[in-house]
Design a protein. Sequence first.
Length: 604
Amino acid sequence: MTTGTGERPALGPYDRRIARRADGMLGVFNQAGVLEAPDVHVATRLGVLAGDASQDVLLAVALTVRAARLGAVCVDLATIAEQPVEATGPVPWPEPAGWTAAVAASPLATAGVLRVEGSLVYLDRHWREERQVCDDLFARLRRGAPEIDESLLGTSVSRLFTAGWEQQQAAAVAVARGWTTIITGGPGTGKTASVARMVALVSEQLEAQNGRPPRVALAAPTGKASARLGESVAREAATLDPVDQARLAGLTASTLHRLLGWRPDSSTRFRHHRTNPLPYDLVVVDEVSMVSLAQMARLLEAVRPTTRLVLVGDPDQLASVEAGAVLADLVNGFEARSDSPVVRLTETHRTKAGAAGADLDALATALREGDADRAVALLDSGSAAVRLVDPRNEVAMAQVRGSIADAAWEITRRALAFADPEDRDAITGLLDEHRLLCAHREGPYGVGGWNRQIEHLVAERAGLPHLDEWYPGRPVLLTSNDRGLGVSNGDIGVVVRTAEGRLRVVVRTGTETRLFAPTRLSGIETVFAMTVHKSQGSEARAVTVILPDEDSALLTRELFYTAVTRARESVTIVGTVDALRAAIERRVQRASGLAARISSPAAG
């Protein structure tokens, strides 16, 4: 039995999480707050359809649905009782071996609604996607290596990579020599920065073989991440020889969904698939830590066997908000295999930027390695780049709020004097000067409360009693896709007042900045503050991180690491030492069988 990280208050009878007609084990676990109403309703309905009324089996179904809702692809009946679970009190977990046997023999398993492997229980869809990802990857690895002109490769390498970039050079050569390459590394290791040189190197090989310019696609899971990828490639391309600049000319990045092709009749299927594959010779996907199991399955089935596929990301960051932690599973699964396509970048280039870069890198390393003592010492060292502010220190908190208000007011000042088109890039660039990140959406540590605080501070500086819904300087995040407008979930923008006195929203879409009337955009959030999850794929010069109390279930090492690594120059952590240590010691638990499938000697 377990009550997890601490008992939560009892749920009232009219709480939306309560399934009022639930009884038996489902009722007990629902009243304890382990299961929520949707978990119970799905399990009950499946039990009725399959004619299976076993309480233990229905509990397993509900827990499997809950697992998918929380980002796992399966539930491990052998260990779930030992995992942290927020509950109002002790709950009666079934004995694991008998429980697993009962589920495996149930009508739901016989019908294929549930899939049982060992003590892991999957919903059929996730079981199929996990097997497909594994099978497709090994099918690509079994192919003979691509043809390579070794003499040309040597010439490309000497031209494109200088001393100090040997690891990035090795990664680019691996891409040239293989059909699938997974490039991983922490912040500052040059993952994204080396994409331009890698593409130029592979493009030269493909041109020589095919007698035509290669077809190259760059993608990332969100609008912010794809914009950052496109900007990085353009910036690096400008430093290359003219011949390589020409190869990269016009190359842009898109979201992964846009790459696969929207379908108006489905949110989970795309125009490109196994029988209508993508037409590219090289596909590079950045920020793969955010890619869910379903997205990875759709990507692998849409890429031709003769297309080089490059997956880039940091496996220590937060995983997708949907089910799966695919990048971490791939890295862990391939770790002991001799045929591993994983290339690790370990040398950071931030230390070359001086003490600030070195301190940021040292903090990220301490978090990645789970060294709480080292992290506390760094944050208490007096460094200007990494510091900890106790929220109970009123003087220090006043300084933090003042710095945040300064950054917000600068955006407002520029928005009031907006000159189109000269200021489009400049004003959206201000959003990358400072970012305020929270674990929670609501509550005293959440995005909602901090957005309201900052709006109040901006209104004070403007001499206004309050701000209207739309006001110059309001930073916004788009939370829905609109193919007609060409905007994506994750795109960011700023409300401005034009010279004609009209309010418009300057939105950064990919590498473009465009103007829209506010009424044309739907799914808008104010983002003076944003959740750590939504910040993935972006960077800011300075970052402030608001840590919740140490008993928050959202406070994990992966979340903290992701927040800290959004900073280019400095990070301020607002939280207690207890919260800091709790964040470093608590890991995200996502049950999955993918790593074990890949590492199995039978795989491939």
